[in-house]
Design a protein around this ligand. Structure first.
Ligand code: GUN
Length: 295
């Protein structure tokens, strides 16, 4: 079994990016700047945003976090987003999800300028992805294909099963893997809560991407030998085996499947760091106007 080490690849990407920042500074250009909006006091969201900002500092990006209480109004958030859209100093903007229920996530994410949408959630960027045009790829799917590429995992002609159809992972990764590109050309099945005979699909798949938000869901009895598994889930569950009294697990029962798979992402240290790596890459592309010109 080969571990797909997202943490190690993240370190490599950070080194490349910090060299890029140095090149920009040497040309008297400014360092890329990522801004994040964080609403409420959800500990997981707080951890993710802190990790993103820490990575920015490590590679020499500028970063800003704008924090709001749980009862902030949608208009207050929209005003901040419009202000950042017009701020030439800021290259990328993310709003950490989920948002409180009184806020419409679509209204918020769609009001971010598509030119600063480094999460790749804006309909313009999703549409460009579907058409194979240059775009900010959604950070988690971009991280997954980068990881498959790093380990020379062939996707062409492979049966790839995606579990979960979320806007931020399942739907875009199913599109990316089925496109006619070097890291695509898979035959993709997108399974979800209404899918029948899931065991038959998991048993036939060469590559399974699990993004359903259910701890330890995928078991060895559901897969064939030598499957490649990408685990997008991350859950904090109680454990008597650790000092802290909890441990992090994914959507895949890692201990149960590890002897049956050819490759698998660990949790933590697999997809999570790759999401941050992709966000940083998109922020650099934005600063360098690689996707959209300044006009
Ligand atoms: N919440 C869970 N994943 C993500 C992500 O990739 N971006 C943002 N903004 N929020 C998230």
């Amino acid at each position: 079994m080969i571990l797909l080490d997202g943490k190690a690849l993240f370190q490599k990407i950070k080194l490349d990016l910090s060299n890029e920042v140095q090149r920009l500074l040497d040309e008297n250009k400014k360092a890329p700047h990522l801004a994040a909006i964080l609403v409420g006091d959800d500990p997981a969201s707080d951890t993710y945003v802190n990790a993103k900002m820490k990575a920015c500092r490590e590679i020499g990006f500028e970063s800003s976090v704008f924090r709001y209480p749980n009862d902030v109004s949608q208009n207050t958030l929209l005003d901040k987003i419009f202000e950042i859209n017009d701020d030439d100093n800021i290259d990328g903007l993310i709003v950490q999800l989920p948002l409180p229920h009184h806020i419409d996530e679509n209204d918020i994410t769609h009001s971010i300028s598509h030119k600063k949408d480094v999460d790749g959630f804006h309909p313009v960027n999703i549409g460009r992805m579907v058409l194979g045009l240059p775009t900010f790829l959604p950070a988690t799917p971009f991280g997954i294909v980068s990881l498959l590429d790093e380990y020379n995992i062939e996707t062409s002609g492979k049966k790839c099963l995606v579990l979960g159809r979320s806007h931020i992972v399942g739907t875009p990764i199913s599109i990316l893997l089925s496109r006619n590109t070097r890291l695509g050309n898979a035959t993709v099945t997108l399974a979800h809560s209404r899918t029948k005979n899931l065991d038959k699909l998991t048993m036939e798949a060469d590559i399974i991407i699990v993004a359903i938000g259910s701890p330890n869901f995928l078991k060895s009895s559901m897969i064939k030998k030598n499957t490649i598994i990408i685990d997008v889930g991350i859950h904090r569950i109680e454990s008597t085996q650790t000092k802290s009294g909890y441990k992090l697990v994914g959507d895949v029962d890692f201990n149960d499947v590890q002897n049956y798979v050819s490759h698998i992402t660990p949790v933590p240290g697999g997809v999570g760091p790759m999401t941050i790596a992709s966000l940083l890459k998109n922020t650099l592309y934005s600063a360098k106007k690689v996707i959209y010109s300044s006009t």
